[in-house]
Design a protein around this ligand. Structure first.
Ligand code: AP5
Length: 217
């Protein structure tokens, strides 16, 4: 299975990516996570990416595409992969198509997770992430046993810099302007599936897998 997850910030892409990738036993590749790891390690890519991420803007396509090309070239993607957060613009989708042509493999499906703006704001304002293992929590919908402490590894929980309300508003605007055209791009190619992102996490995963199993029209 070679699959792409799209949807607005806070739709639950990262949450669902973990479960879906486990279900299909494929690597879960998140461009946001790779950028954040570079920021934490203070690499030159991280320095550049941070300046865009903190403003809620997209990192330039050339940097993002080069990073994904490198990641898809690794051995673990031979049996498929899940891309969370890439592509995010039509030029990125065209680059992905060329990369897969070079590898002589098709993209199987693009799953769009839908939630409304009010839900996005509720989710992102309450999101907390573990500094050590990266597990995501929500102060209301998925709280840790002890406030500020990761259930999985005991690490410290933090709030992402780009989850501030003004940055979330900009991210939503960037999504509408630059990422929404992708939905039409993939719809025209018969690759798009949709799933409602509201409800319990397990319920959304079940619906997502049902949508992914539907035969291509
Ligand atoms: P990225 O990290 O990809 O952020 P995003 O797309 O804005 O998505 P999020 O991670 O905010 O949300 P999510 O949909 O994964 O939701 P989550 O599962 O965490 O990108 C960050 C930045 O990196 C971008 O702004 C850009 O600058 C840069 N970047 C990344 N990719 C790029 C690219 N291709 N090109 C250029 N730049 C790029 O869930 C959110 C919260 O809701 C959590 O607290 C969770 O616990 C909770 N939740 C999840 N599901 C449910 C549910 N069913 N019910 C209740 N709560 C739920």
């Amino acid at each position: 299975m070679r699959l792409v997850l799209v949807g607005p910030p806070g739709a639950g892409k990262g949450t669902q990516a973990e479960h879906i990738a486990k279900h299909y036993r494929i690597p879960n590749i998140s461009t946001g996570d790779i950028f954040r790891a570079n920021v934490a390690e203070r690499t030159s890519l991280g320095e550049i990416a941070k300046s865009y991420m903190d403003e809620g803007e997209l990192v330039p396509d050339d940097l993002t595409v080069a990073m994904v090309r490198d990641r898809l070239g690794r051995d673990d993607t031979g049996g498929g992969f899940l891309l969370d957060g890439f592509p995010r613009t039509v030029p990125q989708a065209e680059s992905l198509s060329s990369m897969l042509d070079e590898l002589d493999v098709p993209l199987d499906v693009v799953l769009k997770i839908t939630v409304d703006d009010d839900e996005v704001v509720r989710r992102l304002s309450g999101r907390r992430i573990c500094r050590s293992c990266g597990r995501t929590f929500h102060v209301e919908f998925d709280p840790p046993g002890t406030e500020g402490v990761c259930d999985a590894c005991g690490g410290e929980l933090y709030q992402r810099d780009d989850d501030k309300p003004e940055t979330v508003r900009r991210r939503l605007q960037v999504y509408r302007e630059q990422t929404k055209p992708l939905v039409e791009y993939y719809e025209n190619r018969g690759l798009l599936r949709m799933v409602a992102g509201t409800g319990e996490v397990a319920e959304v995963t079940k619906r997502a897998i049902e949508a992914l199993e539907q035969p291509v029209a």
